[in-house]
Design a protein around this ligand. Structure first.
Ligand code: FE
Ligand code: FE
Ligand code: ZN
Length: 278
């Protein structure tokens, strides 16, 4: 069965998040490692983690995706912001080993805040080289970005250049966000084959380890990054049906980050996607 889930809160613990995922037909989920605005991570609770592993086994949850706080910026022009990003990265990677070894950890590459893309790419690679260590089992994913403001990662080439400069690059992968690539100018609705070919040419499809499924409130190449519910934006549901049933993407986990007020909203999207896979 395809791994499909959505972004969930771990405010009530990992076991509850896994129960929430299962309650809406999900068999994976994404969570923020800490307050999305950064700050201190909550202590891990051993009893909760033990319960979490049990729920996962019962619910058929074989993998999860952590998401770094989106304010983490390893390529800020400010030295203390870069240093803070390294501390978050190092701390999160350590926690991932305790939560569940062998999982995925997604991060927005960063925003160069006026230093230029080239300098940003170098600083992101420096941060990864500083925190990746041979004993770690977590795969760090660089998310494809919409290219808004000074974001790095709006082009596949930029992610490839980061990966090229990281020593332990076998620990790295890419998470493709459909809203972001669409806003970045990659037409996943009209030319999915072309976008996947381009990804394969620049990064290699082997690097693709997860997808964020989001419709977009804006037209192609708008560089905005405003997510919409599946089928209610400019991408349209047909594209998502084609993505989840595409043979080149079979076996990859899919995560909804759509604006829903209740769990049932994601449940309905998951059900609709599962229907499309079959
Ligand atoms: Fe993200
Ligand atoms: Fe995303
Ligand atoms: Zn986004």
């Amino acid at each position: 069965m395809a791994a499909i889930g959505c972004h969930l809160s771990i405010a009530k613990g990992f076991a509850q998040a896994a129960r929430d995922a299962a309650s809406i037909g999900g068999n994976t989920f994404q969570f923020f490692t800490r307050n999305p605005r950064g700050g201190k991570a909550k202590e891990l609770d051993e009893a909760d983690l033990a319960a979490f592993r049990e729920v996962c086994a019962e619910a058929g949850i074989e993998g999860i995706l952590a998401h770094a706080p989106y304010t983490m910026n390893p390529c800020s022009a400010k030295e203390d912001t870069r240093e803070f990003a390294r501390q978050i990265l190092a701390g999160d990677l350590e926690r991932m080993e305790a939560i569940m070894p062998g999982q995925l950890y997604n991060m927005h590459p960063g925003s160069h805040t006026g230093q230029g893309t080239e300098a940003g790419i170098g600083q992101i690679a420096d941060a990864l080289n500083a925190v990746l260590a041979p004993g770690q089992t977590t795969t760090v994913l660089l998310e494809t970005m919409a290219g808004k403001g000074s974001e790095v990662g709006g082009r596949f080439e930029e992610l490839a250049q980061i990966i090229d400069r990281v020593e332990l690059s076998d620990r790295l992968g890419v998470c493709l966000d459909t809203c972001h690539v669409w806003d970045g100018g990659y037409d996943v609705a009209g030319n999915l084959e072309g976008v996947l070919e381009e990804f394969d040419r620049v990064l290699g499809l082997g690097r693709l380890r997860a997808l964020h499924l989001n419709d977009s409130k804006n037209p192609l190449a708008s560089h905005k990054d405003r997510h919409e519910k599946l089928g209610e934006g400019h991408i349209g549901f047909d594209a998502f049906a084609a993505i989840v049933s595409h043979p080149a993407l079979a076996g990859l986990p899919f995560y909804l980050e759509t604006p829903q007020d209740e769990l049932s909203g994601w449940g309905a999207e998951i059900a609709r996607l599962r229907e499309a896979v079959e």
